[in-house]
Design a binder for this molecule. Structure first.
Ligand SMILES: [Fe+2]
Ligand SMILES: [Fe+2]
Length: 248
């Protein structure tokens, strides 16, 4: 089964429309079970941005689109519009043995993210109901730091509590956005994946628009990075082949 993770679309300023149109074609060819969007669908949370974004997303030929909001979608009380334009469910059962749970980390008038005590407790209780499933958590803000993406923004402010919940609940995969920098931290049973930006000009440390293709077969997960209009390769190769800027 395939899930495509798009992130940081940023319809509005610095939106690359042509790139996004290519993404639609590529994803329709892939035929995933679901398209997940890990936030920042719009740049300023404005109605005209949501309208354009909705029209763009209507071109995906998939059964399920799970879109969660990011800090940019919250701007200008855009969170009120988000629910109207992109209603979604927090618990998604995909293909019988995969459960994908979303967390809301954006808050009004704030760029940093938070999961919060109650939502964290809810996550723990929810995951207990699916002992045999492959467990995926999706959130906009990053759960753990990522190289080359600047030090100006913190992770979700309660990252320690969420990480503990993820480990004790035997979560297999956490999917994040926000940093516009593709990356994977592989901790054995738990992998934490960050998506790059799918269609914003604002890239960090990896200067291509990308999305992730998540393959799940018999509880085995492989995450590929797909460069829009370019090659597809295991995301972990990006980590293995990492070099610092200016070094060979
Ligand atoms: Fe973003
Ligand atoms: Fe963001």
């Amino acid at each position: 089964m395939k899930i495509v993770q798009l992130s940081d679309i940023h319809v509005g300023s610095q939106f690359s429309e042509e790139i996004f149109d290519n993404v639609v074609e590529e994803v329709n060819d892939l035929g995933p079970a679901a398209v997940l969007v890990t936030g920042d669908l719009t740049n300023e949370g404005l109605k005209k941005e949501y309208e354009k974004c909705k029209a763009k997303f209507a071109k995906f030929e998939v059964d399920k689109i799970i879109a969660i909001s990011g800090n940019h979608d919250y701007r200008n009380t855009g969170y009120l519009l988000f629910r109207k334009f992109f209603p979604f469910e927090t618990i998604n059962i995909l293909d019988d043995d995969v459960v994908l749970v979303t967390l809301g980390t954006a808050r009004p008038d704030r760029d940093e993210g938070e999961v919060g005590y109650r939502q964290n407790l809810w996550l723990e209780r929810t995951m207990k109901k699916y002992p045999k499933s492959t467990k995926i958590v999706a959130m906009h803000h990053h759960l753990i730091g990522i190289p080359d993406s600047g030090t100006d923004r913190v992770t979700v402010i309660d990252a320690g509590d969420v990480l503990r919940t993820a480990l004790s609940s035997k979560v297999d995969l956490v999917l994040c956005g926000h940093k516009h920098r593709p990356w994977i931290w592989d901790f054995g049973n738990l992998s934490i994946v960050n998506a790059g930006t799918t269609s914003s000009e604002r890239m960090r440390g990896f200067f291509e628009n990308t999305y992730n293709v998540i393959n799940i077969e018999k509880n085995k997960i492989r995450v590929d990075l797909k460069i829009v209009g370019g090659k597809r390769f295991p995301l972990k190769d990006l980590v293995t082949n990492y070099t610092r800027f200016g070094e060979e």
